[in-house]
Design a protein around this ligand. Structure first.
Ligand SMILES: *Cc1c(COP(=O)(O)O)cnc(C)c1O
Length: 395
């Protein structure tokens, strides 16, 4: 028996590069050793100290609750460690009612609309941008107003350009800095304007800070909660995934505006059962040791970033080294820029002529056209090989 999908599932945008995916599979089938630089998922292991804390706590017979539902017997230390981290790192004091533990951040991002949006409401997300904001809206029967990010505005959205009829029914504005996929960072002044915008229009400012700790050259990304009065209107999705090489662990937190935190907590209490206590203990450990652990994680990305940007620039690109994230966001070469679908044309050529797979910009929305994204979450020698192949292809 075959059952039909729900209307909500049918509203999901189709994956735009199914064809490219097929070509990658076909090339591999033919024996081409395709190097994929597509996914943002750390290749480096989780720090030993964190792994050991998981093993220690999960094996500790003194913790009679170690096997139980993480939501019913939460590890108090985890929420404390999140709050301590925010104090040390940003000078932000969070009340106990301003933190809810999440399973990473993607789930929570997709669940927030369930907590705060109704069918017909609008959520504002950027294009290009992380696809999950729009998907969360769709699952709530809501719609997305796509706000463009342009290189000429340093990939910061123009909040004044949102039409008033969209603003009237808008419930949430999603922002994400350091940004995936554009690698842009936001100055405090942008966060100030976002908070002001949220207050003026009574809109939740939902800041996705997935890459707040993946920064280079001494740059430190700010938290939106550093803005005076930000918790009037703003929440921040914090995740340990990219900061500590912990994507598979599922550890994060939503912090900020207490009413939104409470609303998400209510949704979560009704649909998930929390994170294993051992993971909460280990995540607390990671946060407590952040100052020691994140520089080692970032040193590797910074080295790869330098290698990839220098290789691209030696081949005719003119890219500045990004100060954050684990990606390189680059325009397609001039000769593709005039084609009908420049990003797809370039990605297809790169695959077929060099055996290198990158993510075409439109995977992140219409305004990603003309760009491609390379992930630095691959070993140095793989990245180096990929750069050599691109160089060969350009000859
Ligand atoms: C990776 C990523 C996330 C989600 O990661 P989790 O593992 O779910 O915490 C969220 N937002 C952006 C922009 C990301 O790139």
């Amino acid at each position: 028996m075959e059952f039909a999908f729900s209307d909500r599932l049918k509203r999901l945008p189709p994956y735009p590069f199914a064809d490219l995916r097929r070509k990658i599979a076909a090339a591999r089938e033919k024996g081409v050793k395709v190097i994929s630089l597509g996914i943002g998922d750390p290749d480096q292991p989780t720090p030993d100290e964190v792994v050991k804390e998981l093993i220690r706590t999960v094996a500790d017979p003194a913790d009679a609750n170690r096997h139980r539902y993480g939501c019913d017997v939460p590890v108090a230390q985890y929420a404390r460690s999140v709050r301590d981290f925010y104090t040390r790192r940003y000078g932000v004091t969070l009340g106990e009612d301003q933190v809810v533990t999440t399973s990473g951040s993607k789930d929570a991002i997709a669940q927030l609309p369930t907590a705060v949006m109704n069918a017909g409401d609008i959520g504002i997300a950027t294009t290009p941008g992380y696809p999950t904001y729009n998907i969360g809206h769709i699952f709530s029967g809501a719609n997305t107003y796509f706000l463009p990010l342009d290189a000429k505005n340093d990939f910061l959205p123009g909040l004044d350009s949102i039409p008033s009829d969209a603003l009237r029914v808008a419930r949430v504005l999603w922002i994400n800095y350091p940004n995936n996929p554009t690698t842009a960072v936001a100055p405090m002044d942008f966060f100030r304007r976002a908070v002001e915008f949220g207050r003026k229009h009574r809109i939740i400012i939902a800041h996705d800070s997935a890459y707040s700790e993946n920064t280079y050259d001494g740059y430190k990304a700010p938290s939106i909660l550093q803005v005076d009065g930000a918790d009037d209107t703003a929440v921040e999705f914090f995740s340990l995934s990219k900061a500590f090489n912990m994507t598979g662990w599922r550890a994060g937190a939503l912090v900020g505006n207490a009413s939104v935190v409470k609303a998400l907590r209510t949704v979560k209490e009704n649909i998930d059962n929390g994170v294993l206590r051992g993971i909460q203990f280990a995540a607390a450990k990671a946060l407590d040791m952040a100052e020691k652990l994140t520089p080692a994680v970032n040193a590797i990305y910074q080295r790869r970033r330098d290698m990839v940007v220098e290789a691209l620039n030696a081949n005719g690109w003119r890219i500045a080294k990004p100060r954050a994230t684990i990606y390189i966001w680059a325009p397609v070469p001039e000769k593709y820029a005039r084609m009908e679908k420049p990003a797809l044309a370039f990605a297809t050529d790169l695959l077929e002529k060099a055996g290198v797979a990158v993510t075409p910009g439109p995977a992140f929305g219409e305004k990603g056209e003309g760009f491609f994204r390379i992930s630095l979450s691959y070993p140095d020698d793989i990245l180096k090989q990929a750069m050599d192949r691109i160089f060969e292809m350009k000859k």
